[in-house]
Each structure stands twice: as C-alpha cells, then as structure tokens.
Unconditional design. Sequence first.
Length: 77
Amino acid sequence: MVSLSPGFIRTGMTRKEVEERPDMRALLDSTPMARWGTVSDIVNVVEFILSDKASFITGTDIVIDGGLSARLLAQQS
C-alpha cells in the first residue's frame, strides 16, 4: 500500500483559497519548486506506482508538494 500526500495542486478550489487567504499565498510562494503542482504531477506518480518499475515500493507515503514539507521541517529544526 502506498499513499500520496499532494501539496498545492492547481484546481479551482485551491486557486480560490490562495486568492482569498494571504497566509495561503505566502505558503505557496515559499514552495522550493516555485510553482503550483498540476494534476499531471499527481498522475505521473500514480502511473509510476502502478507500474512494474515500482514493484518493491510499499508501506510508504509519497509527498508531492514541490519540496514545501521538507522546507517547513527544516525550518522547525
């Protein structure tokens, strides 16, 4: 079993949230990849996980957030 933890993915819902909340905009702006994630970013990971190339990957969570969680963890330590 593999779970996915996406970050800011460009959708109507997230776009509205970022436009209405300055704190969310600041969080998005601090993403190391300096961009929104896309639905394609998620689909690419799902395709990989479902392929034979990922046959030895199990019991983990894959974070797809452009490095944001790594940056936040580094700031906490």
